[in-house]
Design a protein around this ligand. Structure first.
Ligand SMILES: Nc1ncnc2c1ncn2[C@@H]1O[C@H](COP(=O)(O)OP(=O)(O)OP(=O)(O)O)[C@@H](O)[C@H]1O
Ligand SMILES: [Mg+2]
Length: 272
């Protein structure tokens, strides 16, 4: 359970609201993990990737998960995204215990409630931005072709790519591809956005542009869980979880969230 470090009321200096600590009991829990363990058998050896992780994530949290390589970040994110099942422990997603669901129910829930963003974008090659973003809606028979397209265009406009709708993946920069991936994650209007090293392949300027976008989503009330190696990025989120050897080392709210737009404006301008 996250705590306010000093029991003092938060002094929020930036324009970004720190929603941490106070009044947690009034906030909706969207994710609850209870003593989740994940072990892998490799030859004769048992790798204990998660050794009993418990936390609650509240609606509207912007959480960064940090930790050294091999500490279990991706394994944890895969649990949260229902891409993998725990060896033991309980995962309750939006009030529903995931363990009790069938594979089919889990896939449906994942499609409806979770948007994924990966380091390598995972876009279909030689496919346009609109087509890539339409993809998650294909699994929903209630959404017809016309609405699918309209929603994809709307999502692309929301990430600032209204002028690249028909560009194919190989005709875009890394930052643009990551924007397409974010639009694809948003198109189903998910409860939770999960990102694994979403800025890992991007240069500093483009990383900050992505952070501006994530902070905008945070302001709009999205719940974001963002795995990163980069401690700088954690300064722009509302809550910071550290993993070590498959366990939570610390979990704190950030009462001085930096503004990514300000940081972006202060970066040296790219050469024309
Ligand atoms: N499918 C698997 N089979 C066996 N071992 C695995 C598997 N996936 C992860 N592991 C092991 O579990 C541990 C945690 O891995 P994980 O990928 O979660 O780390 P990480 O924190 O995401 O690291 P990185 O920062 O390098 O991405 C590692 O020791 C890894 O070797
Ligand atoms: Mg990883």
């Amino acid at each position: 359970m996250a705590e306010n470090n000093n029991n003092q009321p938060f002094e929020v200096r930036s324009t970004l609201p720190s929603r941490g600590g106070q009044g947690d009991e009034d906030r909706k829990v969207v994710i609850e993990l209870c003593d989740v363990k994940r072990e892998f058998l490799v030859g004769d050896e048992v790798v204990r990737a998660l050794r009993g992780v418990s936390f609650k994530i509240y609606e509207g949290d912007f959480v960064t998960i940090q930790g050294t390589s091999g500490s279990g970040k991706s394994t944890l994110l895969n649990q949260l995204g229902c891409l993998d099942t725990p060896t033991s422990g309980e995962y309750i997603l939006d009030g529903t215990p995931v363990r009790k669901m069938t594979k089919n129910q889990r896939a449906k829930l994942r499609n409806r409630k979770i948007g994924f963003i990966f380091q390598n974008y995972n876009l279909l090659a030689k496919t346009t931005a609109v087509e890539n973003v339409e993809l998650p809606l294909m699994y929903n028979s209630k959404v017809k072709a016309k609405e699918r397209r309209e929603r994809a265009i709307e999502a692309l406009k929301a990430v600032g790519l209204g002028d690249r709708l028909e560009h194919k993946s190989n005709q875009m920069s890394g930052g643009q591809m990551q924007r397409v991936a974010i639009a694809r994650a948003l198109v189903n209007n998910p409860t939770i956005l999960l990102a694994d090293e979403a800025t890992g392949n991007l240069d500093t300027r483009t990383s900050f542009e992505m952070l501006v976008l994530f902070q905008q989503l945070y302001r709009e009330g999205h719940t974001i869980i963002f795995v990163t190696h980069n401690p700088e990025i954690a300064q722009y989120s509302s809550r910071n979880i550290f993993l070590r050897d498959g366990q939570i080392k610390s979990d704190t709210y950030n009462d001085h969230i930096l503004d990514a737009a300000e940081a972006l404006a202060a970066l040296p301008k790219p050469q024309d």
